[in-house]
Ligand binder design. Structure first.
Ligand code: SAM
Length: 182
């Protein structure tokens, strides 16, 4: 289902296959064992969401945003019911509204699969301004991409951008680990 929908909506999904278990591991590796607020952008079929659920404490929370309704429904059906997880069929660009509704003031980890190379520049800036404003001290923005095209843009927002890579994904992926502490 994911692959069919991803191909049908390629200009928005930016991929043809869900992330591999190797990429999921790299995307979730920095998440520590404290009670965390995690915001995920681009749930897809929930493969990274499940990796996050496997790592986090009982009192952590995930708000996961997926714009595509078919993918959202697929994730809803696929992922186990879990009190820690809220799946939202909403745009990541407006994630802050949902945090505000729930009186959440800071986010410990943003875990993003958004295809930044396909988003409008203005939308990326709109999103990154909110992300940096809501990231907790010591928190991290984690993003994967299939190219290094947005590295400089991310460096403009974060004093520290560490790069990871896995060839064990289709396509091979770069992972950006971005923090406000240089
Ligand atoms: C590259 S796929 C990643 C899916 C999954 N997380 C994975 O790693 O396999 C990107 C996902 O972001 C979703 N997406 C694109 N723009 C979005 C937006 N503005 N808000 C929320 N989701 C969005 C797409 O529909 C797609 O499911």
């Amino acid at each position: 289902m994911f692959t069919l929908e991803a191909i049908k909506t390629l200009k928005k999904s930016g991929t043809v296959a869900p992330s591999s278990k190797f990429l999921v591991k790299k995307m979730t590796k920095p998440i520590n064992d404290k009670d965390n607020i995690i915001v995920e952008f681009g749930t897809g079929n929930g493969v990274i969401t499940e990796g996050i659920l496997d790592k986090i404490t009982d009192n952590s929370q995930i708000l996961s945003f997926e714009l595509n309704e078919a993918m959202y429904l697929d994730a809803l059906e696929t992922l186990p019911e879990d009190d820690r997880l809220q799946l939202l069929n909403e745009s990541a660009l407006e994630f802050d509204k949902f945090l505000k509704e729930q009186n959440i003031e800071k986010v410990d980890y943003f875990v993003s699969s958004l295809p930044l190379s396909l988003l409008k520049k203005a939308d990326i800036h709109y999103l990154m301004n909110k992300v940096t404003g809501l990231l907790s001290y010591g928190g991290m923005f984690i993003q994967y991409q299939y190219s290094l095209g947005k590295r400089d843009l991310l460096k403009g927002y974060f004093p520290s951008v560490r790069l990871g890579f896995t060839p064990l994904n289709f396509p091979p992926a770069f992972i950006y680990y971005c923090t406000m502490i240089g």
